[in-house]
Design a protein around this ligand. Structure first.
Ligand code: PSU
Ligand code: MN
Length: 308
């Protein structure tokens, strides 16, 4: 059945997020593709719960975003979070198909791009994730460039991540972000991080050392009328990192497997992540969870600084 043209967007706030909006409290958006396509169960559920807890501890309210049976949810209650973490057939939604899932009453998890759209629609300015999509290696042949990069250039949300994964071409990813006018700010370090590792071998375009300075930078962008998002890269804590040289060996193998299995399109990133979990005997998952938790904390601090 189609909906009448006059109907409002089917969008639902969790009670906690609705209350936070009503009192003007800081809110941090969270994506759901990392839950359904980024990590295996039950580690994915543990991660989803712990990032929500960390955001609350820091004085903000978490809003995990997903499409459930055609409704755009801004904030999930714990039972829904658990169901989603166990769901096998969820769509992986980006700008191209977020509206499709709502129109067709499907269930889908939001990538960075789709989460930014949902967050902006809900008036949420800060979003925490693990890693963003970017320019894939050999993109000059495959044209595989994540829609996350274009979204960052057009949608006004601050995205806190741990850098770009070395499964991507990091120099090309930074070039595209520069071309599109997306500020890339590394937190408390002059070098851009590479997800599992603190050092990508590349200098960060910009560096800031406090959540207040990041909030202030955003305020000046607003005053200047510069729209679009910004990317905050937060290096993984030293105790949890896997050195770059070591990861590179596993990454080379994962990329070989992907080529052999002729993986393309949306399936590439989930395939590579799964391959790496296996190749590292789950060690990459431990690091992945630690860095998302670290990002959730910083995102909450930025959200708090923005409302102060
Ligand atoms: N990086 C991760 N885990 C993830 C993803 C990226 O460490 O789960 C997901 C995010 O949702 C990101 C998406 O937006 O992969 C990018 O997919 P693609 O490369 O197909 O655009
Ligand atoms: Mn892609």
């Amino acid at each position: 059945m189609t909906r009448p043209a006059s109907a409002l967007l089917p969008m639902q706030y969790s009670e906690e997020v609705a209350a936070a909006k009503a009192r003007g409290a800081p809110i941090v958006a969270l994506e759901s593709t990392i839950i359904t396509h980024g990590m295996p169960y039950p580690g994915n559920l543990d991660m989803a719960r712990s990032v929500e807890r960390i955001i609350r501890e820091e004085g903000a309210v978490p809003a995990t975003i997903a499409v459930i049976d055609g409704v755009l949810h801004i904030g999930l209650d714990d039972a829904t979070l658990e169901t989603l973490a166990k769901t096998e057939g969820a769509m992986k939604l980006s700008r191209a198909d977020l509206a499709f899932a709502i129109a067709e009453r499907r269930t889908g998890a939001t990538t960075v791009a789709a989460t930014m759209i949902g967050a902006a629609r809900a008036g949420i300015r800060v979003f925490a994730t693990g890693g963003i999509g970017g320019v894939h290696r050999k993109a000059e042949e495959t044209f595989d460039i994540s829609a996350d990069l274009d979204e960052l250039s057009r949608t006004g949300v601050i995205v806190v991540c741990a850098g770009a994964k070395a499964i991507l071409d990091i120099p090309k990813t930074l070039e595209v972000l520069e071309t599109r006018g997306v500020p890339v700010v590394t937190y408390d370090s002059p070098v851009f991080p590479a997800f599992w590792s603190r050092d990508s071998g590349l200098k960060s375009p910009l560096t800031l050392n406090s959540p207040a300075a990041i909030a202030n930078f955003q305020t000046v962008r607003d005053q200047l009328g510069v729209d679009g998002g910004m990317l905050i890269a937060n290096p993984v804590p030293e105790a949890d990192e896997i050195p770059r040289e070591e990861m590179e060996i596993y990454i080379a193998r994962a990329l070989d497997n992907a080529e052999r299995d002729e993986i393309a399109g949306k399936a590439v990133t989930p395939y590579l992540l799964d391959s790496l979990f296996r190749l590292t005997d789950g060690r990459s998952l431990k690091t992945n969870i630690a860095l998302v938790e670290n990002n959730a904390r910083l995102a909450a601090e930025i959200a708090v600084a923005l409302v102060d």
